[in-house]
Design a protein around this ligand. Structure first.
Ligand SMILES: [Zn+2]
Length: 339
């Protein structure tokens, strides 16, 4: 049974909102494109293993959690996929590493990724990450007073292209598998732990705690990419051509590139969603004018009034609350449509 379905992380949604608003000439633009490329590829890799988890998704006694971020030791750790069964827990670390070959080095705990053009990149060993996650999950379980339970872990390579090799001293290479082997590995683990040790109410408690403590990472994109508010491209993005910023004319938004005109509320909601992902889930009247490129105070008031948003504070300190308007489901739906 899937308890927490796979969805793009808040971080990926933030990067996607930033992409069309990132100034191309900025010093950190390349750094940003690398980050968003990796985040997208990682998500595609994670999605691609769903096929091999179908049996578990249908099972009534096993529970699937995708993308968990839990507290331990004063910070957070992230698990790509966690399976809760009555006899053991399984951490799955998913890596979508392409190229022509991947060489796992047991001494340095690194993976050498070689590309067809001869380029080489060094990566952290995903198995090491999975081991670290196991240690942190043990601490998390202790903190929620959960009885000890075996925790297994696998590093799953979702990209079919690279040839995989291991140095002779590499430990536990059975735990590094291709996604096509995942369902078999789970069966092997089921056979290793034939006796249920967790009672239904214990599993229920654990499932609840995992959902309760899951906390999405919200990136301060201004800090991370050294952007100021002046740097980012503000305005209502054209929903027709997707690239240009629309200009407010008398009664509608107009795109000078594709000549599309519209006064649909969704244009404002989409822009507020971008604002909410990039800046803050609260917006003042002045910030609204800045982000929407609106000079007229009356027009800003009229547009905000139309949305009937909940408010907090008074006078200059008044903020409109956006979380209801741009709830998580709305973001996810619209992001998937865009990609
Ligand atoms: Zn347009």
């Amino acid at each position: 049974m899937i308890i927490k379905p796979r969805q793009p992380s808040l971080e990926l949604l933030q990067l996607e909102a930033l992409e069309p608003r990132f100034p191309l000439k900025h010093l950190n633009y390349l750094y940003f494109t690398k980050d968003i490329g990796m985040a997208r590829s990682g998500y595609r890799g994670e999605e691609s293993i769903n096929y091999y988890l179908q049996t578990i998704a249908r099972s009534k006694s096993d529970f699937l959690f995708h993308h968990l971020r839990l507290p331990a030791e004063g910070s957070y750790f992230q698990i790509d996929t966690l399976i809760v069964t009555p006899s053991y827990l399984l951490i799955i670390e998913i890596k979508n590493l392409g190229g022509s070959s991947l060489t796992f080095n047991g001494q340095t705990n690194q993976v050498k990724q070689t590309f067809p053009d001869g380029r080489v990149e060094m990566r952290d060993d995903p198995l090491l990450q999975a081991r670290r996650q196991r240690r942190k999950l043990q601490l998390f379980l202790k903190n929620i007073h959960f009885p000890p339970v075996p925790i297994e872990y696998l590093a799953v390579l979702s990209n079919k292209n690279p040839e995989i090799t291991f140095s002779p001293d590499y430990q536990e290479k059975d735990r590094v598998i291709r996604s096509t082997h995942l369902d078999f590995s789970v069966l092997e683990l089921d056979a290793k732990y034939p006796n249920p040790i967790l009672l239904p109410h214990e599993i229920h408690y654990l499932n609840e705690q995992l959902l309760h403590f899951h906390t999405e990472l919200r990136v301060d994109i201004f800090k991370k990419y050294e952007l100021t508010r002046k740097d980012i491209i503000t305005g209502v993005r054209c929903s027709n051509c997707g690239t240009s910023i629309m200009k407010r004319r008398k009664r509608s938004w107009f795109c000078f590139t594709c000549h599309y005109a519209s006064n649909h509320t969704s244009l404002i909601v989409d822009t507020l969603r971008d604002y909410s992902l990039l800046v803050s889930p609260k917006i003042s009247h002045q910030e609204f004018r800045w982000f929407f490129n609106i000079e007229s105070s009356q027009l800003a008031s009229a547009l905000l009034k139309r949305l009937n948003l909940p408010r907090e504070g008074t006078g200059r300190g008044m903020r409109y609350l956006l979380s209801e308007l741009v709830d998580r489901e709305g973001w996810v739906g619209s992001t998937l449509h865009k990609s």
